[in-house]
Design a binder for this molecule. Structure first.
Ligand code: ADP
Ligand code: MG
Length: 520
Protein backbone atom coordinates (compact mmCIF):
# COMPACT_ATOMS: atom_id res chain seq x y z
CA UNK A 1 0.00 0.00 0.00
CA UNK A 2 2.71 2.41 0.87
CA UNK A 3 4.28 3.14 -2.45
CA UNK A 4 6.82 5.62 -3.76
CA UNK A 5 5.03 8.41 -2.12
CA UNK A 6 4.63 11.37 -4.44
CA UNK A 7 1.32 12.92 -3.55
CA UNK A 8 -0.27 14.11 -6.73
CA UNK A 9 -1.21 17.74 -6.85
CA UNK A 10 -4.41 19.40 -8.04
CA UNK A 11 -6.39 17.27 -10.44
CA UNK A 12 -9.49 18.70 -12.05
CA UNK A 13 -11.54 17.80 -9.05
CA UNK A 14 -9.67 18.45 -5.92
CA UNK A 15 -6.40 17.11 -4.77
CA UNK A 16 -5.85 13.58 -5.87
CA UNK A 17 -4.75 11.61 -2.90
CA UNK A 18 -3.58 8.61 -4.80
CA UNK A 19 -0.56 7.69 -2.73
CA UNK A 20 0.24 7.37 0.86
CA UNK A 21 3.04 9.62 2.00
CA UNK A 22 6.63 8.62 1.44
CA UNK A 23 8.49 6.08 3.50
CA UNK A 24 10.70 8.91 4.77
CA UNK A 25 7.74 10.80 6.12
CA UNK A 26 6.36 7.67 7.73
CA UNK A 27 9.71 6.86 9.27
CA UNK A 28 9.94 10.41 10.64
CA UNK A 29 6.45 10.02 12.04
CA UNK A 30 7.21 6.73 13.75
CA UNK A 31 10.54 7.97 15.01
CA UNK A 32 8.86 10.98 16.48
CA UNK A 33 5.99 9.11 18.04
CA UNK A 34 8.08 6.29 19.42
CA UNK A 35 11.05 8.43 20.39
CA UNK A 36 8.96 10.61 22.71
CA UNK A 37 7.73 7.86 25.00
CA UNK A 38 11.07 6.07 24.92
CA UNK A 39 12.93 9.25 25.90
CA UNK A 40 10.46 9.67 28.71
CA UNK A 41 10.99 6.05 29.78
CA UNK A 42 14.72 6.58 29.77
CA UNK A 43 14.41 9.74 31.89
CA UNK A 44 12.14 8.09 34.41
CA UNK A 45 14.40 5.05 34.68
CA UNK A 46 17.28 7.44 35.54
CA UNK A 47 15.15 9.10 38.18
CA UNK A 48 14.18 5.68 39.48
CA UNK A 49 17.83 4.78 39.83
CA UNK A 50 18.32 7.86 41.95
CA UNK A 51 15.42 7.68 44.36
CA UNK A 52 13.38 4.55 43.64
CA UNK A 53 9.96 6.24 43.47
CA UNK A 54 6.91 4.10 42.60
CA UNK A 55 5.12 6.66 40.41
CA UNK A 56 8.13 6.79 38.08
CA UNK A 57 7.64 3.12 37.33
CA UNK A 58 3.97 3.78 36.53
CA UNK A 59 4.84 6.68 34.24
CA UNK A 60 7.48 4.62 32.47
CA UNK A 61 4.96 1.82 31.95
CA UNK A 62 2.33 4.12 30.53
CA UNK A 63 4.86 5.72 28.17
CA UNK A 64 5.89 2.28 26.95
CA UNK A 65 2.21 1.49 26.39
CA UNK A 66 1.98 4.63 24.26
CA UNK A 67 4.90 3.53 22.15
CA UNK A 68 3.39 0.08 21.69
CA UNK A 69 0.00 1.54 20.80
CA UNK A 70 1.63 3.71 18.16
CA UNK A 71 3.36 0.74 16.63
CA UNK A 72 0.14 -1.26 16.73
CA UNK A 73 -1.75 1.51 15.04
CA UNK A 74 0.78 1.62 12.29
CA UNK A 75 0.79 -2.12 11.84
CA UNK A 76 -2.97 -2.18 11.59
CA UNK A 77 -3.21 0.25 8.75
CA UNK A 78 -0.19 -0.95 6.83
CA UNK A 79 -1.14 -4.60 7.17
CA UNK A 80 -4.91 -4.64 7.42
CA UNK A 81 -4.93 -8.26 6.25
CA UNK A 82 -3.95 -9.11 9.77
CA UNK A 83 -7.59 -8.65 10.58
CA UNK A 84 -8.33 -11.44 8.18
CA UNK A 85 -11.63 -10.08 7.08
CA UNK A 86 -13.21 -11.65 4.02
CA UNK A 87 -14.53 -9.70 1.10
CA UNK A 88 -18.30 -9.77 0.94
CA UNK A 89 -21.16 -8.06 -0.83
CA UNK A 90 -21.80 -4.79 0.90
CA UNK A 91 -23.86 -1.69 0.32
CA UNK A 92 -21.91 1.39 1.28
CA UNK A 93 -25.03 3.46 1.98
CA UNK A 94 -26.08 0.88 4.55
CA UNK A 95 -22.70 1.00 6.26
CA UNK A 96 -22.73 4.81 6.34
CA UNK A 97 -26.18 4.83 7.91
CA UNK A 98 -25.09 2.45 10.62
CA UNK A 99 -22.02 4.57 11.40
CA UNK A 100 -24.06 7.77 11.53
CA UNK A 101 -26.03 6.28 14.39
CA UNK A 102 -22.87 6.32 16.48
CA UNK A 103 -22.64 10.09 16.18
CA UNK A 104 -26.16 10.90 17.27
CA UNK A 105 -25.05 12.91 20.31
CA UNK A 106 -22.45 14.82 18.25
CA UNK A 107 -24.99 15.69 15.58
CA UNK A 108 -27.04 17.70 17.99
CA UNK A 109 -25.80 21.06 16.73
CA UNK A 110 -24.80 19.88 13.31
CA UNK A 111 -27.29 19.64 10.48
CA UNK A 112 -27.04 16.30 8.74
CA UNK A 113 -27.98 16.12 5.12
CA UNK A 114 -27.94 12.81 3.24
CA UNK A 115 -28.40 12.43 -0.50
CA UNK A 116 -28.44 8.70 -1.12
CA UNK A 117 -29.05 7.34 -4.61
CA UNK A 118 -28.59 3.87 -6.09
CA UNK A 119 -28.37 2.40 -2.64
CA UNK A 120 -28.98 -1.06 -4.09
CA UNK A 121 -25.64 -1.11 -5.88
CA UNK A 122 -23.33 -3.51 -4.09
CA UNK A 123 -19.59 -3.44 -3.89
CA UNK A 124 -17.33 -6.27 -2.89
CA UNK A 125 -15.42 -5.35 0.20
CA UNK A 126 -14.30 -5.71 3.78
CA UNK A 127 -17.25 -4.51 5.75
CA UNK A 128 -15.56 -3.60 9.02
CA UNK A 129 -12.73 -1.82 7.27
CA UNK A 130 -15.26 0.36 5.47
CA UNK A 131 -17.14 1.01 8.69
CA UNK A 132 -13.95 2.13 10.31
CA UNK A 133 -13.06 4.35 7.35
CA UNK A 134 -16.44 6.07 7.37
CA UNK A 135 -16.15 6.45 11.10
CA UNK A 136 -12.80 8.20 10.67
CA UNK A 137 -14.04 10.50 7.93
CA UNK A 138 -17.23 11.49 9.72
CA UNK A 139 -15.37 11.98 12.96
CA UNK A 140 -12.88 14.32 11.25
CA UNK A 141 -15.70 16.23 9.61
CA UNK A 142 -17.53 16.70 12.89
CA UNK A 143 -14.34 17.68 14.69
CA UNK A 144 -13.58 20.25 12.00
CA UNK A 145 -16.90 22.00 12.60
CA UNK A 146 -16.34 22.50 16.28
CA UNK A 147 -19.90 21.67 17.12
CA UNK A 148 -21.74 23.72 14.52
CA UNK A 149 -22.26 23.44 10.77
CA UNK A 150 -23.66 21.13 8.09
CA UNK A 151 -22.52 17.62 7.30
CA UNK A 152 -23.55 16.42 3.84
CA UNK A 153 -23.11 12.82 2.80
CA UNK A 154 -24.02 11.54 -0.64
CA UNK A 155 -24.02 8.14 -2.33
CA UNK A 156 -24.57 7.49 -6.03
CA UNK A 157 -23.54 5.30 -8.93
CA UNK A 158 -21.70 6.99 -11.76
CA UNK A 159 -20.65 4.64 -14.53
CA UNK A 160 -19.29 1.59 -12.79
CA UNK A 161 -18.29 3.39 -9.62
CA UNK A 162 -20.06 3.98 -6.38
CA UNK A 163 -19.24 7.51 -5.29
CA UNK A 164 -19.47 8.64 -1.69
CA UNK A 165 -18.93 12.28 -0.76
CA UNK A 166 -18.47 13.49 2.79
CA UNK A 167 -18.62 17.24 3.05
CA UNK A 168 -18.34 19.53 6.04
CA UNK A 169 -18.50 23.26 6.62
CA UNK A 170 -15.55 23.15 9.00
CA UNK A 171 -12.18 24.82 9.36
CA UNK A 172 -10.77 23.42 6.13
CA UNK A 173 -7.19 22.39 5.42
CA UNK A 174 -4.49 24.74 4.24
CA UNK A 175 -2.88 24.02 0.88
CA UNK A 176 0.48 23.08 2.39
CA UNK A 177 -1.12 20.58 4.76
CA UNK A 178 -3.24 18.88 2.12
CA UNK A 179 -0.23 16.99 0.84
CA UNK A 180 0.34 15.51 4.25
CA UNK A 181 -3.11 13.96 4.52
CA UNK A 182 -2.84 10.22 4.87
CA UNK A 183 0.66 10.36 6.26
CA UNK A 184 0.73 8.28 9.41
CA UNK A 185 0.87 10.47 12.51
CA UNK A 186 0.14 13.67 10.65
CA UNK A 187 -2.25 15.53 12.89
CA UNK A 188 -3.06 19.11 13.73
CA UNK A 189 -5.06 18.11 16.77
CA UNK A 190 -3.81 18.13 20.30
CA UNK A 191 -5.31 14.73 21.02
CA UNK A 192 -4.99 13.48 17.45
CA UNK A 193 -3.29 10.24 16.42
CA UNK A 194 -2.89 11.11 12.76
CA UNK A 195 -3.86 7.54 11.89
CA UNK A 196 -7.48 8.10 10.79
CA UNK A 197 -6.88 9.12 7.21
CA UNK A 198 -4.08 6.61 6.81
CA UNK A 199 -6.61 3.90 7.51
CA UNK A 200 -9.13 5.51 5.16
CA UNK A 201 -6.65 5.67 2.29
CA UNK A 202 -5.48 2.16 2.88
CA UNK A 203 -9.05 0.80 2.68
CA UNK A 204 -9.85 2.76 -0.45
CA UNK A 205 -6.78 1.42 -2.25
CA UNK A 206 -7.36 -2.12 -1.05
CA UNK A 207 -10.69 -2.01 -2.84
CA UNK A 208 -9.33 -0.64 -6.09
CA UNK A 209 -10.81 2.75 -5.39
CA UNK A 210 -9.63 6.30 -5.30
CA UNK A 211 -9.95 9.26 -2.97
CA UNK A 212 -9.74 12.99 -3.57
CA UNK A 213 -10.12 16.00 -1.34
CA UNK A 214 -11.37 19.55 -1.90
CA UNK A 215 -10.83 22.00 0.87
CA UNK A 216 -10.92 25.72 1.52
CA UNK A 217 -9.72 27.15 4.77
CA UNK A 218 -12.54 28.37 6.98
CA UNK A 219 -15.11 27.12 4.48
CA UNK A 220 -14.99 23.41 4.59
CA UNK A 221 -13.72 20.14 3.22
CA UNK A 222 -15.10 17.46 0.95
CA UNK A 223 -13.68 13.97 0.62
CA UNK A 224 -14.76 12.03 -2.49
CA UNK A 225 -14.36 8.28 -2.51
CA UNK A 226 -14.87 6.14 -5.59
CA UNK A 227 -15.17 2.39 -5.31
CA UNK A 228 -15.82 0.12 -8.31
CA UNK A 229 -19.22 -1.52 -8.14
CA UNK A 230 -19.37 -5.26 -7.75
CA UNK A 231 -18.87 -7.15 -11.00
CA UNK A 232 -19.19 -10.71 -9.76
CA UNK A 233 -22.93 -10.33 -9.75
CA UNK A 234 -22.91 -10.58 -13.51
CA UNK A 235 -21.11 -13.88 -13.50
CA UNK A 236 -23.78 -15.35 -11.29
CA UNK A 237 -26.28 -14.65 -14.00
CA UNK A 238 -28.28 -11.86 -12.46
CA UNK A 239 -27.43 -8.25 -12.78
CA UNK A 240 -27.94 -5.35 -10.48
CA UNK A 241 -29.49 -2.60 -12.53
CA UNK A 242 -30.04 1.02 -11.88
CA UNK A 243 -33.83 1.02 -11.69
CA UNK A 244 -36.52 3.22 -10.21
CA UNK A 245 -38.52 1.96 -7.34
CA UNK A 246 -41.15 3.62 -5.21
CA UNK A 247 -42.59 2.29 -2.02
CA UNK A 248 -45.14 -0.50 -2.62
CA UNK A 249 -44.73 -0.50 -6.37
CA UNK A 250 -46.26 -3.65 -7.84
CA UNK A 251 -44.14 -5.88 -10.02
CA UNK A 252 -46.14 -4.92 -13.10
CA UNK A 253 -45.77 -1.22 -12.41
CA UNK A 254 -42.11 -1.71 -11.70
CA UNK A 255 -41.77 -2.93 -15.30
CA UNK A 256 -43.80 0.03 -16.59
CA UNK A 257 -41.81 2.49 -14.55
CA UNK A 258 -38.55 1.15 -15.97
CA UNK A 259 -39.72 0.62 -19.53
CA UNK A 260 -36.75 2.40 -21.02
CA UNK A 261 -34.23 0.51 -18.90
CA UNK A 262 -35.96 -2.75 -19.84
CA UNK A 263 -35.52 -2.01 -23.54
CA UNK A 264 -31.89 -1.05 -23.07
CA UNK A 265 -31.15 -4.19 -21.11
CA UNK A 266 -33.00 -6.33 -23.63
CA UNK A 267 -31.08 -4.89 -26.56
CA UNK A 268 -27.88 -5.43 -24.65
CA UNK A 269 -28.82 -9.10 -24.18
CA UNK A 270 -29.98 -9.73 -27.74
CA UNK A 271 -26.76 -8.85 -29.51
CA UNK A 272 -27.65 -10.30 -32.90
CA UNK A 273 -31.23 -9.14 -33.02
CA UNK A 274 -30.33 -5.58 -32.08
CA UNK A 275 -29.27 -4.63 -35.59
CA UNK A 276 -32.22 -6.40 -37.18
CA UNK A 277 -34.97 -4.57 -35.34
CA UNK A 278 -35.51 -1.99 -38.06
CA UNK A 279 -35.26 -4.52 -40.84
CA UNK A 280 -37.83 -6.77 -39.19
CA UNK A 281 -40.07 -3.78 -38.69
CA UNK A 282 -39.76 -2.84 -42.34
CA UNK A 283 -40.33 -6.33 -43.72
CA UNK A 284 -43.15 -7.51 -41.52
CA UNK A 285 -44.31 -4.39 -39.70
CA UNK A 286 -43.38 -6.20 -36.50
CA UNK A 287 -42.37 -3.99 -33.60
CA UNK A 288 -40.16 -6.27 -31.56
CA UNK A 289 -39.76 -3.90 -28.64
CA UNK A 290 -43.42 -3.19 -28.07
CA UNK A 291 -44.16 -6.88 -28.56
CA UNK A 292 -41.63 -7.67 -25.86
CA UNK A 293 -43.51 -5.43 -23.42
CA UNK A 294 -46.74 -7.12 -24.39
CA UNK A 295 -45.29 -10.55 -23.81
CA UNK A 296 -43.94 -9.56 -20.40
CA UNK A 297 -47.30 -8.17 -19.41
CA UNK A 298 -49.14 -11.34 -20.42
CA UNK A 299 -46.54 -13.47 -18.65
CA UNK A 300 -46.58 -11.51 -15.40
CA UNK A 301 -50.34 -11.27 -15.28
CA UNK A 302 -50.79 -14.88 -16.37
CA UNK A 303 -53.13 -13.88 -19.15
CA UNK A 304 -52.93 -17.32 -20.74
CA UNK A 305 -55.46 -16.93 -23.53
CA UNK A 306 -54.08 -13.65 -24.72
CA UNK A 307 -50.58 -15.05 -24.50
CA UNK A 308 -51.49 -17.99 -26.71
CA UNK A 309 -53.30 -15.97 -29.33
CA UNK A 310 -50.45 -13.48 -29.34
CA UNK A 311 -47.97 -16.32 -29.84
CA UNK A 312 -50.02 -17.73 -32.73
CA UNK A 313 -50.29 -14.36 -34.35
CA UNK A 314 -46.55 -13.80 -34.03
CA UNK A 315 -45.84 -17.27 -35.39
CA UNK A 316 -47.89 -16.51 -38.51
CA UNK A 317 -46.27 -13.13 -39.00
CA UNK A 318 -42.84 -14.65 -38.63
CA UNK A 319 -43.66 -17.40 -41.12
CA UNK A 320 -45.40 -15.09 -43.55
CA UNK A 321 -42.40 -12.83 -43.93
CA UNK A 322 -39.91 -15.67 -43.73
CA UNK A 323 -38.05 -14.01 -40.86
CA UNK A 324 -35.11 -15.90 -39.43
CA UNK A 325 -36.20 -18.19 -36.61
CA UNK A 326 -32.87 -17.89 -34.83
CA UNK A 327 -33.60 -14.22 -34.23
CA UNK A 328 -36.93 -14.99 -32.66
CA UNK A 329 -35.37 -17.58 -30.40
CA UNK A 330 -32.60 -15.24 -29.35
CA UNK A 331 -35.13 -12.47 -28.75
CA UNK A 332 -37.35 -14.57 -26.51
CA UNK A 333 -34.36 -15.89 -24.59
CA UNK A 334 -33.11 -12.34 -24.11
CA UNK A 335 -36.55 -11.33 -22.86
CA UNK A 336 -36.46 -14.20 -20.40
CA UNK A 337 -33.05 -13.19 -19.06
CA UNK A 338 -34.06 -9.54 -18.81
CA UNK A 339 -37.24 -10.43 -16.96
CA UNK A 340 -35.16 -12.36 -14.43
CA UNK A 341 -32.72 -9.50 -14.00
CA UNK A 342 -35.67 -7.23 -13.37
CA UNK A 343 -37.24 -9.58 -10.86
CA UNK A 344 -33.96 -9.86 -9.04
CA UNK A 345 -33.72 -6.08 -8.83
CA UNK A 346 -37.36 -5.81 -7.81
CA UNK A 347 -36.65 -8.18 -4.99
CA UNK A 348 -33.62 -6.16 -3.91
CA UNK A 349 -35.39 -2.82 -4.07
CA UNK A 350 -38.72 -3.83 -2.62
CA UNK A 351 -36.88 -5.78 0.07
CA UNK A 352 -39.59 -8.41 -0.20
CA UNK A 353 -36.85 -11.01 -0.26
CA UNK A 354 -39.15 -13.66 -1.60
CA UNK A 355 -38.86 -16.89 0.35
CA UNK A 356 -37.78 -20.05 -1.40
CA UNK A 357 -41.28 -21.30 -2.02
CA UNK A 358 -42.44 -17.98 -3.46
CA UNK A 359 -39.34 -17.81 -5.61
CA UNK A 360 -39.78 -21.28 -7.04
CA UNK A 361 -43.47 -20.72 -7.76
CA UNK A 362 -42.71 -17.48 -9.53
CA UNK A 363 -39.91 -19.16 -11.45
CA UNK A 364 -42.28 -21.88 -12.53
CA UNK A 365 -45.03 -19.50 -13.48
CA UNK A 366 -42.85 -17.24 -15.57
CA UNK A 367 -40.87 -19.94 -17.30
CA UNK A 368 -43.99 -21.95 -18.04
CA UNK A 369 -45.63 -18.93 -19.58
CA UNK A 370 -42.65 -18.10 -21.73
CA UNK A 371 -42.33 -21.73 -22.77
CA UNK A 372 -45.98 -21.74 -23.66
CA UNK A 373 -45.45 -18.69 -25.80
CA UNK A 374 -42.59 -20.41 -27.59
CA UNK A 375 -44.58 -23.62 -28.10
CA UNK A 376 -47.54 -21.84 -29.65
CA UNK A 377 -45.31 -19.59 -31.64
CA UNK A 378 -43.54 -22.53 -33.22
CA UNK A 379 -46.67 -24.56 -33.79
CA UNK A 380 -48.35 -21.69 -35.55
CA UNK A 381 -45.17 -20.91 -37.45
CA UNK A 382 -44.78 -24.43 -38.75
CA UNK A 383 -48.51 -24.85 -39.51
CA UNK A 384 -48.41 -21.74 -41.59
CA UNK A 385 -45.28 -22.91 -43.38
CA UNK A 386 -46.80 -26.37 -43.96
CA UNK A 387 -49.93 -24.86 -45.45
CA UNK A 388 -47.84 -22.63 -47.61
CA UNK A 389 -45.80 -25.60 -48.72
CA UNK A 390 -48.94 -27.60 -49.51
CA UNK A 391 -50.39 -24.83 -51.67
CA UNK A 392 -47.08 -24.45 -53.43
CA UNK A 393 -46.93 -28.17 -53.97
CA UNK A 394 -50.42 -28.16 -55.42
CA UNK A 395 -49.45 -25.38 -57.77
CA UNK A 396 -46.39 -27.31 -58.89
CA UNK A 397 -48.47 -30.47 -59.29
CA UNK A 398 -51.06 -28.63 -61.32
CA UNK A 399 -48.39 -27.19 -63.51
CA UNK A 400 -46.84 -30.58 -64.09
CA UNK A 401 -50.23 -32.07 -65.06
CA UNK A 402 -51.72 -29.33 -67.24
CA UNK A 403 -55.07 -30.69 -68.27
CA UNK A 404 -56.39 -28.22 -70.82
CA UNK A 405 -60.09 -28.34 -71.59
CA UNK A 406 -61.06 -27.90 -75.26
CA UNK A 407 -64.74 -28.10 -74.49
CA UNK A 408 -66.77 -29.72 -71.74
CA UNK A 409 -65.94 -33.27 -72.92
CA UNK A 410 -62.55 -33.02 -74.52
CA UNK A 411 -59.27 -32.25 -72.80
CA UNK A 412 -55.64 -32.26 -73.79
CA UNK A 413 -52.78 -33.30 -71.51
CA UNK A 414 -49.44 -32.32 -73.01
CA UNK A 415 -46.63 -33.98 -71.07
CA UNK A 416 -43.19 -32.49 -71.15
CA UNK A 417 -39.85 -33.54 -69.72
CA UNK A 418 -38.85 -36.64 -67.80
CA UNK A 419 -41.68 -38.86 -66.55
CA UNK A 420 -40.84 -41.10 -63.62
CA UNK A 421 -43.12 -43.19 -61.46
CA UNK A 422 -43.41 -40.44 -58.85
CA UNK A 423 -44.64 -37.98 -61.43
CA UNK A 424 -46.87 -40.64 -62.94
CA UNK A 425 -48.56 -41.16 -59.59
CA UNK A 426 -49.37 -37.46 -59.49
CA UNK A 427 -50.56 -37.51 -63.10
CA UNK A 428 -52.75 -40.50 -62.37
CA UNK A 429 -54.39 -38.83 -59.36
CA UNK A 430 -55.02 -35.64 -61.20
CA UNK A 431 -56.33 -37.31 -64.40
CA UNK A 432 -58.68 -39.68 -62.58
CA UNK A 433 -60.15 -36.91 -60.44
CA UNK A 434 -60.59 -34.59 -63.43
CA UNK A 435 -62.37 -37.32 -65.42
CA UNK A 436 -64.63 -37.98 -62.49
CA UNK A 437 -65.37 -34.37 -61.67
CA UNK A 438 -65.76 -33.02 -65.17
CA UNK A 439 -67.03 -36.12 -66.98
CA UNK A 440 -64.34 -35.91 -69.59
CA UNK A 441 -65.13 -38.16 -72.53
CA UNK A 442 -61.91 -37.90 -74.51
CA UNK A 443 -58.40 -37.18 -73.28
CA UNK A 444 -55.63 -36.47 -75.74
CA UNK A 445 -52.25 -37.22 -74.19
CA UNK A 446 -49.45 -35.67 -76.18
CA UNK A 447 -46.10 -37.33 -75.55
CA UNK A 448 -44.01 -35.44 -78.08
CA UNK A 449 -42.23 -33.47 -75.34
CA UNK A 450 -41.21 -36.28 -72.99
CA UNK A 451 -37.87 -37.98 -72.62
CA UNK A 452 -37.87 -41.82 -72.88
CA UNK A 453 -39.43 -43.50 -69.84
CA UNK A 454 -37.75 -46.18 -67.80
CA UNK A 455 -39.25 -49.63 -67.44
CA UNK A 456 -41.22 -49.07 -64.21
CA UNK A 457 -42.54 -45.75 -65.48
CA UNK A 458 -43.68 -47.39 -68.73
CA UNK A 459 -45.52 -50.08 -66.76
CA UNK A 460 -47.25 -47.42 -64.75
CA UNK A 461 -48.08 -45.41 -67.86
CA UNK A 462 -49.86 -48.41 -69.32
CA UNK A 463 -51.82 -48.76 -66.09
CA UNK A 464 -52.81 -45.11 -66.42
CA UNK A 465 -54.26 -45.78 -69.89
CA UNK A 466 -56.08 -48.84 -68.56
CA UNK A 467 -57.50 -46.78 -65.71
CA UNK A 468 -58.73 -44.03 -68.01
CA UNK A 469 -60.47 -46.58 -70.14
CA UNK A 470 -62.04 -48.19 -67.10
CA UNK A 471 -63.51 -44.81 -66.24
CA UNK A 472 -65.21 -44.68 -69.61
CA UNK A 473 -62.97 -42.10 -71.15
CA UNK A 474 -61.27 -42.49 -74.48
CA UNK A 475 -57.53 -41.94 -74.71
CA UNK A 476 -55.79 -40.53 -77.72
CA UNK A 477 -52.04 -40.83 -77.70
CA UNK A 478 -50.07 -38.52 -79.94
CA UNK A 479 -46.44 -37.63 -80.52
CA UNK A 480 -45.18 -41.16 -79.84
CA UNK A 481 -41.54 -41.39 -80.81
CA UNK A 482 -39.85 -44.66 -81.79
CA UNK A 483 -38.04 -45.05 -78.49
CA UNK A 484 -41.25 -44.77 -76.51
CA UNK A 485 -43.17 -47.13 -78.77
CA UNK A 486 -40.40 -49.72 -78.38
CA UNK A 487 -40.70 -49.47 -74.61
CA UNK A 488 -44.46 -49.79 -74.70
CA UNK A 489 -44.63 -52.89 -76.90
CA UNK A 490 -41.77 -54.60 -75.10
CA UNK A 491 -43.97 -54.68 -72.02
CA UNK A 492 -47.47 -55.31 -73.14
CA UNK A 493 -49.18 -54.61 -76.44
CA UNK A 494 -52.46 -55.67 -74.85
CA UNK A 495 -53.34 -52.16 -73.88
CA UNK A 496 -53.45 -51.11 -77.53
CA UNK A 497 -57.24 -51.34 -77.92
CA UNK A 498 -57.71 -49.05 -74.97
CA UNK A 499 -56.23 -46.08 -76.76
CA UNK A 500 -56.25 -44.49 -80.18
CA UNK A 501 -52.93 -43.47 -81.72
CA UNK A 502 -52.47 -40.37 -83.79
CA UNK A 503 -49.31 -38.91 -85.32
CA UNK A 504 -49.85 -35.33 -84.25
CA UNK A 505 -51.93 -33.40 -81.82
CA UNK A 506 -53.74 -31.68 -84.70
CA UNK A 507 -54.85 -35.01 -86.22
CA UNK A 508 -56.01 -36.22 -82.87
CA UNK A 509 -58.02 -33.05 -82.29
CA UNK A 510 -59.73 -33.27 -85.67
CA UNK A 511 -60.58 -36.89 -85.07
CA UNK A 512 -61.97 -36.34 -81.61
CA UNK A 513 -64.08 -33.40 -82.68
CA UNK A 514 -65.47 -35.20 -85.74
CA UNK A 515 -66.13 -38.22 -83.61
CA UNK A 516 -68.21 -36.36 -81.08
CA UNK A 517 -70.12 -34.38 -83.73
CA UNK A 518 -70.98 -37.52 -85.57
CA UNK A 519 -72.45 -38.93 -82.36
CA UNK A 520 -74.84 -35.99 -81.92
P1 ADP B 1 -6.52 12.92 13.44
O1 ADP B 1 -7.97 13.10 13.23
O2 ADP B 1 -6.20 12.03 14.57
O3 ADP B 1 -5.77 14.23 13.52
P2 ADP B 1 -6.57 11.99 10.77
O4 ADP B 1 -5.66 11.17 9.99
O5 ADP B 1 -7.96 11.58 10.90
O6 ADP B 1 -5.93 12.19 12.20
O7 ADP B 1 -6.52 13.45 10.18
C1 ADP B 1 -5.28 14.04 9.95
C2 ADP B 1 -5.40 15.53 9.88
O8 ADP B 1 -6.06 15.90 8.69
C3 ADP B 1 -6.25 16.16 10.95
O9 ADP B 1 -5.51 16.40 12.10
C4 ADP B 1 -6.70 17.45 10.30
O10 ADP B 1 -5.73 18.43 10.34
C5 ADP B 1 -6.82 17.06 8.86
N1 ADP B 1 -8.22 16.76 8.51
C6 ADP B 1 -8.74 15.57 8.27
N2 ADP B 1 -10.04 15.67 7.97
C7 ADP B 1 -10.35 16.98 8.03
C8 ADP B 1 -11.55 17.73 7.81
N3 ADP B 1 -12.69 17.14 7.48
N4 ADP B 1 -11.48 19.07 7.96
C9 ADP B 1 -10.33 19.66 8.29
N5 ADP B 1 -9.18 19.00 8.50
C10 ADP B 1 -9.19 17.68 8.37
MG1 MG C 1 -9.18 11.65 12.67
Amino acid sequence: MITDGSVKQESEQGTHLSQLASVGQIAAGIAHEVKNPLTAVKGFLQLLEQDGRREYIQIAQSELDNALATLNNLLQVSKPDLENEDFQTIYLAVEIESILNLFQDKLYNIRLHTEFFHTNIPISGRKNQFKKAFFNLIKNAIESMVGIGTLTISHELVGNEVIVKIKDTGVGISADKIQLLGTPFFTTKEQGTGMGLTQVFSVVYQHGGNITVDSKENQGTMFTIKIPMMQQVKQKGVKTLNLHYKEKLSMKHFFFENRQAFEERLLHEAINVKDKIEEIHKIGNINLLSNAHKLVLFVLEERGHELISFAKQEGIAWAKYSLTLAFKLEWIQAIRRTVWDFLYNYDLLSKTEADRLAFYSLEKQINENIDQFLTYFFISYSNYKDELLATHQKMVDDLSVPIIPINREICILPLIGPIDSLRLAIIQDKVFSEIENHHIQSLIIDLSGITPMKHDATVQFIKLIEGISMMGCKTFLTGLRAEIVKNLISIDAGFKPMAKFKGTLEQALNDVINDTERKR
